[in-house]
Write a protein that binds this ligand. Structure first.
Ligand SMILES: [Zn+2]
Length: 49
């Protein structure tokens, strides 16, 4: 078992694609902007395009 799946507090990576480029912290969802858009569409959010 590696330590990849355990994420500490200070390390924010996208849960979905693993990037750390544009993580959205405002919603505490742990997703990058790109994945957030995709997930948001699934969830019904459409005001963040
Ligand atoms: Zn992502």
């Amino acid at each position: 078992m590696s330590k990849e799946k355990k994420q500490g507090k200070g390390h924010r990576n996208c849960k979905r694609c693993g990037t750390h480029r544009a993580i959205i912290r405002s919603y505490n969802i742990g997703l990058c902007r790109r994945c957030f858009r995709e997930v948001a569409e699934e969830l019904g959010f459409r005001k963040f395009s």
